[in-house]
Design a protein around this ligand. Structure first.
Ligand code: UD1
Ligand code: CA
Length: 445
């Protein structure tokens, strides 16, 4: 059945004390709102509508980066959650609508699936949780299986405040029904806001039914402060590390490894201490990432070894059995099978053919100050230590560059390229020079 996802992301997040809209603060390498969108993706929504307000341009851009088909609507005045959902009306299609918050990153796809499945039994379904400390959450007033009403903390009686079943804010209903109900929501309450939560009471008054699906409290964690963001990051990392160990990844110091939301590591891969993953990294089975590496937007194939102290940037593509050693940076470069880049090297905007060896201190000079250029290195090449490859340039299969060369012209296959000053030896000159320098020093003293 067609389904629309409505993500509320208009809030300013005053307590973050930030110029950045709250939903754009990153968690595990992705903005908070992207976590909500990624969970919602599991429902295969026909439409995704994000309600933006504070920093709407920036929020819209981040949303479209993740989902180019998402629709962004603007909520100019923040008059409450019902008012926020109402802004999405023109973009929502037929079928069910599911409302999520952009600042609540941990809702799982499984929970959303249970929520939508419960629509077979109820007209309106709300995601609830049993709170350890119910604080100021809205309370769910139930009778057996039925949800009678949601009462906001500010408006609740002492008996209602004693209820421990709380509203997560996530809700599912037929879109047409939901917007009809929202039309009836007023703002005559303690906050003077249009509460989305009022739709439950309004639905029942019309003879419709409402029900609750319960999830783990950890899933409903909303971010309001930097401290909560830091705690959420720690919770994410703890969970991801446990998941990695469970699926067969070896880590000697798991607590020092930081993953991104989308990191994939295959079985029997090994990750050393103090490795940081940015977004977009896949590591295949059996690869080894040694200590102190920083990886983002890259792919590492079986049998490859990386580090210690290596940096792989977006577009680094390592084929099987590639070896990347210490103090090597690789960006937007394809390294074919068996390539060795042992030490102190920068490869950017490059292609390196199989079994080529890149000597220590090699640099692809890819930037002329205005534009970027590519370096193409063939198979079985030996790049001598301290070679500068001034792009655009091509080194043919089986060629060799002499150490210290500055290569500005293409090197034909199997050729030896020497591009450095010829060495001159001056007999006895070292001794005479030292004597002269010592004499100068003595005269000064
Ligand atoms: C809301 C619920 C409460 C629930 C709690 C869970 C209502 C009336 N109350 O309370 O029952 O227990 O969430 O966290 O729905 N937003 C907009 N535009 C607005 C108002 C809010 O986009 O005009 C967004 C916020 O940015 C936020 C979300 O909606 O992401 C929830 O709003 P918030 O003000 O935090 O609601 P609570 O008072 O926490
Ligand atoms: Ca809140």
């Amino acid at each position: 059945m067609a389904l629309s996802l409505i993500v509320l992301a208009a809030g300013q997040g005053t307590r973050m004390n930030s110029d950045l809209p709250k939903v754009l603060h990153p968690l595990a390498g992705a903005p908070l709102v992207v976590h909500a969108l990624a969970a919602g993706r599991a429902l295969d929504p026909e439409r995704v509508v994000v309600v933006a307000g504070h920093g709407a341009d920036q929020v819209g851009k981040a949303v479209l980066d993740f989902d180019p088909e998402a629709r962004i609507v603007l909520q100019e005045d923040r008059l409450g959650t019902a008012h926020a959902v109402a802004q999405a009306r023109s973009q929502v299609g037929h079928g069910d609508a599911v409302v999520l918050y952009g600042d609540t990153p941990f809702i799982t796809p499984e929970t959303l699936e249970r929520l939508v499945a419960a629509r077979a039994r109820h007209d309106v379904v709300v995601l609830g949780f049993n709170a350890l400390d119910p604080g100021r959450y809205g309370r769910l007033v139930t009778s057996g299986d039925d949800l009678l009403a949601i009462v906001e903390w500010k408006d609740a009686s002492p008996e209602e405040r004693a209820i421990e079943l709380c509203n997560s804010g996530v809700m599912a209903a037929d879109a047409g029904v939901l917007f009809d109900l929202i039309d009836q929501v007023g703002n005559d309450n303690a906050a003077g806001e249009y509460y989305l939560t009022d739709v439950v009471g309004l639905a029942r008054a019309r003879g419709l039914t409402a029900g609750v699906v319960i999830c783990d409290e950890a899933e409903t964690l909303g971010i309001n402060t930097r401290a909560e963001l830091a705690a959420a990051e720690a919770a994410f990392q703890a969970r991801k590390r446990a998941e990695m160990l469970e699926t067969g990844v070896t880590m000697q110091a798991a607590d020092t490894v930081f993953f991104a939301w989308d990191t994939f590591v295959g079985r029997d891969a090994t990750i050393g201490p103090n490795v940081v993953f940015g977004p977009g990294v896949t590591v295949e089975s059996g690869a080894e990432i040694r200590a102190f590496c920083h990886l983002e937007g890259c792919h590492i194939s079986r049998g490859a070894t990386v580090g210690p102290f290596a940096r792989l940037r977006p577009g680094a593509e390592l084929a099987e059995d590639v070896h990347v050693g210490n103090f090597v940076e690789i960006k937007n470069a394809i390294l074919d099978e068996g390539v060795k880049v042992g030490h102190l090297t920068y490869l950017g905007d490059a292609t390196v053919g199989e079994h080529t060896n890149i000597g220590a201190g090699t640099v692809t000079c890819n930037y002329d100050g205005v534009m970027k250029h590519r370096t193409t290195i063939g198979k079985g090449v030996f790049i001598g230590s301290d070679t500068m490859l001034v792009a655009p340039v091509t080194v043919g299969d089986g060629a060799l560059t002499a150490s210290g060369s500055v290569i500005t012209q293409d090197v034909p296959p199997e050729a030896l390229a020497v591009a450095r000053a010829r060495q001159a030896n001056k007999p006895g000159l070292a001794t005479r020079l030292f004597e002269k320098l010592r004499a100068i020093k003595a005269a000064r003293a």
